[in-house]
Write a protein that binds this ligand. Sequence first.
Ligand code: NAP
Ligand code: MG
Length: 401
Amino acid sequence: MSKIAMTTPLVEMDGDEMTRILWKMIKDELLTPYIDLKTEYYDLGLEHRNETDDQVTKDSAEATKKYGVAVKCATITPNAARVEEYKLKEMWKSPNGTIRSMLDGTVFRTPIIVKGIEPCVRNWEKPITLARHAYGDVYKNVEIAADGPGKAELVFTAADGTETRKTIQEFDGPGVIQGVHNTKKSIESFARACFNYALDTKQELWFATKDTISKTYDHTFKDIFQEIFDTEYKEKFDAAGNTYFYTLIDDAVARVMKAKGGFIWACKNYDGDVMSDMVSSAFGSLAMMTSVLVSPSGVYEYEAAHGTVQRHYYKHLAGEETSTNSVATIFAWTGALRKRGELDGNAELSAFADKLEKATIATIESGRMTKDLALITKLENVQVQNSEGFIKEIKKTLEAM
Ligand code: NAP
Ligand code: MG
């Protein structure tokens, strides 16, 4: 059987620890035997980031802008312990943060649904994709603890020197004060990324803020979304039979709990932080959550939502058997290959991606799965697989298909 050809390379960002081990197994067992895999390889493993003074991360983001599609393995974000462990020249920044700011992107997270791994919310039949705005608000705040009576004011000095001043509070005792901001540019990028992704994946888009209470700040988010929708997207949504729906954040939360799923929920930064953890844990497992960064210019970077699974890696290094779930990493590859296929008009490549996803799901539904899923499944006759064994079982299913 001849291998599937590729015309344009994928940007391949290798990573760290257990996910780096899975990365190689996935390529060797599930990809290169079937695809004449063309990638431009960037080693984002912490050692190589350190050797290149993190230039490799920036280069990989530039390559993503050039080629349009990347697939990324989980990477270590260094902390003090990692600086010591890897003898780092400095505490390099989070690669995801660097890539996100260079691509100006929005992250969409979607659970992978499998029969036998049921969501805690009974009525969720389809995935709920969470889109989190990744700039500003409380994540770029300025805070003061007032230790006694006094006056807190909000002052904006325009470039021409004009001042706008408002009293926040006249304190008659100790209190706390917080200043937050966002930019029109960032909110516009967020809105476009959400509308594009909704059209791309043919799903409804929901957006919610607290505009009734925050009549300027949150209302600006609502207005920007509505204006961009009306002027740039309404016709496309109408033509696709798709809808954009705005509501209050508390109403959105209530509706999500009663919904069937199958839509994109766009959230402001804090709401997205909190709600993505709720949605992902309610759907079952972090190891079953995919993530894609979409830039407003239409560039895509696919990855798993989980980290490098450090604890399993140390077991692996100690020569012990591991049972690490590779599903989200496999789906990062299939997401990237399918998108590459779509952009290049390479139907065979997209079809292979679909088939590999089906084989992965069918393998789990047949009872062959890693330990994390075995612990939560309702299926009987479960055969727990080790890390490599699970990938080999998927290969068997794929071959049979
Ligand atoms: P983690 O890698 O997400 O793993 C946390 C725990 O979740 C694991 O110990 C394991 O639980 C379970 N788990 C996660 N993924 C799993 C999988 N595929 N299969 C089976 N179980 C899985 O988080 P972490 O260990 O806290 O972080 C490790 C490193 O990852 C850190 O250096 C962090 O900086 C990095 N990180 C990177 C990314 C990214 O690149 N996108 C995201 C998050 C974290 P049990 O131990 O109970 O089996
Ligand atoms: Mg969080």
